[in-house]
Design a protein around this ligand. Structure first.
Ligand code: 5RP
Length: 217
């Protein structure tokens, strides 16, 4: 099976976790497959909250109403992909640059269902560079602080987030304690948020493998 077929399989499996009402929808290629599956059951939905402009556009293209998060008190479920995930459900996200809105929508959701192909499951986070969204004027200051934490920040070239900020991709970061590191990076002035999703981990992982979709909780 190709990686895309594995992503499609988990996107299909995630539909079983979608109740009626309003749900949160992630960003990226796996989330895109999920949106395509969601379109088939759109009659069950009252709408969706999108974690990026790209996701909002794709939802609308399928005729799914996109709602402002401020008009919704709580979401039953948030479905999204990940760049890396551990058995403890800690993730690195933000490869697509949507980490801040993803983290906000995840925070408002009772259940986080992570959908990922088998290559994303790792013992230790850190091989995938850790994205950090930064207010543009603080870029150099934040980069120096991230270096002090042991990483090698690299500015994502030609990229601006949906919030008008820049991304520093931090290479070679030792991520032994994801909760501690997520908190420490968020303390740096000028950081909007970082791509560690450990303080609020996933609740369910649907992992695409050649043998089928594995459910981890
Ligand atoms: C976007 C993300 C994505 O969930 C992550 O990059 C995984 O993407 P893909 O499903 O394309 O592998 O965090 O900001």
């Amino acid at each position: 099976m190709t990686q895309d077929e594995l992503k499609q399989a988990v996107a299909r499996a995630a539909i079983e976790h979608v109740p009626s009402g309003i749900i949160g929808v992630g960003t990226g290629s796996t989330a895109n497959f999920f949106i395509d599956e969601l379109a088939k059951i759109k009659h069950k939905l009252d709408g969706a909250v999108a974690s990026s402009e790209a996701t909002a556009q794709r939802l609308r293209k399928h005729g799914i109403e996109v709602l402002d998060l401020n008009s919704v008190s709580e979401l039953s479920v948030y479905v999204d992909g990940a760049d890396e995930i551990t058995r403890h459900m800690h993730m690195t996200k933000g490869g697509g640059g949507a980490l801040t809105r993803e983290k906000i929508v995840a925070a408002c959701s009772r259940k986080f269902v992570c959908i990922a192909d088998g290559t994303k499951l790792v013992d230790l986070l850190g091989k995938f560079p850790l994205p950090v969204e930064v207010i543009p004027m603080a870029r150099s200051y934040v980069a120096r602080q991230l270096t002090k934490l042991g990483g090698q920040p690299v500015l994502r070239q030609g990229f601006t987030t949906d919030n008008g900020n820049v991304i520093l991709d931090v290479h070679n970061m030792q991520i032994m304690n994801p909760v501690e590191l997520e908190t420490a990076i968020n303390q740096i002035t000028g950081v909007v948020t970082n791509g560690l999703f450990a303080c609020r981990p996933a609740d369910v992982l649907l992992l695409g493998t050649p043998e089928g979709v594995r459910t981890l909780t």
